[in-house]
Ligand binder design. Structure first.
Ligand SMILES: Cc1cc2nc3c(=O)[nH]c(=O)nc-3n(C[C@H](O)[C@H](O)[C@H](O)COP(=O)(O)OP(=O)(O)OC[C@H]3O[C@@H](n4cnc5c(N)ncnc54)[C@H](O)[C@@H]3O)c2cc1C
Length: 431
């Protein structure tokens, strides 16, 4: 018997993958007995916000992930396809129909039992446990998880700066270096003159921000203030904060810049960089528009936008292996947003990996680690790779191993990466 705590997107995919192999599964879902601040309907696999599963295009990272999930017989993507509504190149669903259909499929499966109950302690009567309680895991269970992960191992808030693809940073403007030439010169620095800074500042303070849910509002801590809030304190506040230019000389002018934006390496391969101090509540479109005004980022590809929201997630690089299995207790798996994958489709993908691995484990077969050249494999790799600044990650081409040949045209490059992913996934399935 496998016990799954949380019947959301990840939990339902995991349950289906296990049950279809004839193995008994029990799902504990607290709804309708108790609802998180964002959940409102009684069904499983509730879509809490946007009804979009993002692009269906092969050349889009999330589109590729969905294509891979279809190849792997994902129940949730199948239900999304069946309940889709017109949305151009995106896969959008009728949210009620989607959750209802997933609930129906799970309920009619003779190997799955659903118990509507909030879990406050990790059950001891099950051989294998999957924790998939999502970004709004209840307080009591979070305390239990903390016992497994240690206090440092569980985060309740996500304050992440945007991440850009290194290849798309204009290095005719950007230069490597640390303040006063100290350290390893691992930052990429983007200098600004007075005019560029003032234009940027003006757009930043007037940009549109997202409306936060009541439960997401909290006091601002100085060390973790949204960049736009800091900017609104005065035109020079950023120049005395994260955009401080002291200790730098712009190699193009041999002078100290008026302000400097620093980018920090975000993965081992140095293919993606985050913008230091730019945690933000700006709308995604506004982030693209305003942050692209920073000299050097005019053509930057944003693989992840900045966010500041309630999000329970564990420190996966320390705690999990590439099958989302807890290293300190092999009977426990985590799946979904709580592992640090971010987004509906990414949560489903992690549920897929967990489900398939539990099946193999019960059948005494080897672990399934998808090739890192696939989107599903690169996400698993990302969450299990040492990273002392670990932040949740969505599907993007920046976390995949790059192609051997350098291709400038982004569309052609993504097409080749996507073709390679599908071919490698198909090959791995034949083994
Ligand atoms: C407010 C908000 C908006 C979001 N908007 C988007 C978006 O627009 N697009 C996007 O791609 N992603 C979005 N996300 C991120 C994320 O993709 C979704 O939260 C996604 O639903 C995560 O899937 P999951 O299976 O990990 O968790 P969930 O789908 O949240 O499922 C977790 C389930 O566990 C249950 N549960 C929790 N605690 C317990 C317990 N102790 N015992 C029993 N059951 C429990 C919950 O009731 C829930 O049904 C959003 C997240 C939040 C919080």
């Amino acid at each position: 018997m496998v016990t799954i705590i949380g019947g959301g997107l990840a939990g339902c995919e995991t349950a289906y993958q296990i049950a279809k192999e004839g193995i008994k599964v029990r799902i504990y879902e607290m709804k309708p007995e108790k609802f998180s601040p964002a959940h409102t309907n009684k069904n499983l696999a509730e879509i809490v916000c946007s009804n979009s599963f993002k692009s269906n295009l092969h050349t889009n990272a999330c589109g590729l992930l969905k294509e891979e999930l279809r190849l792997l017989d994902s129940l949730l993507i199948k239900c999304a396809d069946e309940t889709s509504v017109p949305a151009g190149q995106a896969l959008a669903v009728d949210r009620e129909n989607f959750s209802e259909l997933v609930t129906k499929k799970i309920k009619e499966n003779p190997n799955i039992e659903i118990i509507n109950k909030e879990i406050k302690e990790i059950p001891e009567d099950s051989e294998i446990i999957v924790i998939s309680t999502g970004p709004l895991t209840t307080e009591k269970l979070s305390e239990e998880i903390m016992k497994l992960t240690g206090v440092q191992g569980l985060h309740f808030y996500d304050a992440a700066a945007p991440i850009v693809e290194k290849e798309t940073i204009n290095m005719n403007i950007g230069f490597y270096g640390d303040r006063y030439g100290k350290g390893e010169a691992c930052y990429i620095n983007l200098p600004m003159n007075k005019e560029e800074y003032e234009k940027f500042w003006n757009e930043l303070v007037n940009a549109e921000i997202v409306e936060l849910h009541e439960f997401e509002k909290r006091e601002i801590f100085e060390g973790c203030m949204p960049v736009e809030v800091m900017a609104k304190r005065g035109i020079d506040t950023l120049r005395f904060g994260p955009l401080k230019p002291v200790g730098f000389t712009d190699p193009r002018t041999n002078e100290r810049p008026y302000a400097i934006v620093q980018l920090r390496q975000d993965n081992k391969e140095a293919s993606i960089y985050n913008i230091v101090g730019f945690q933000t509540n700006l709308k995604f479109g506004e982030q693209k528009r305003v942050f692209s005004m920073i000299p050097g980022l005019e053509n930057a590809n944003f693989v992840k936008y900045g966010v500041m929201h309630r999000n329970t997630f564990i420190n996966s690089p320390e705690l999990l292996d590439e099958t989302y299995n807890l290293k300190s207790n092999r009977n426990i798996y985590f799946a979904g947003q709580i592992t640090g994958v971010e987004g509906y489709v990414e949560s489903i993908a992690s549920g897929m990996v967990v489900g398939k691995n539990i099946v193999n484990r019960i059948k005494d077969k080897t672990k399934i680690v998808f090739p890192e050249t696939t989107m599903i494999g690169s996400l698993s790799k990302y969450i299990a790779t040492p990273n002392d600044k670990f932040q949740p990650m969505n599907a993007n081409f920046g976390i995949m191993p790059q192609l051997e040949e350098k291709i400038k045209d982004k569309k052609i490059k993504y097409e080749k990466l996507a073709d390679r992913a599908i071919e490698n996934l198909k090959n791995s399935l034949q083994k």
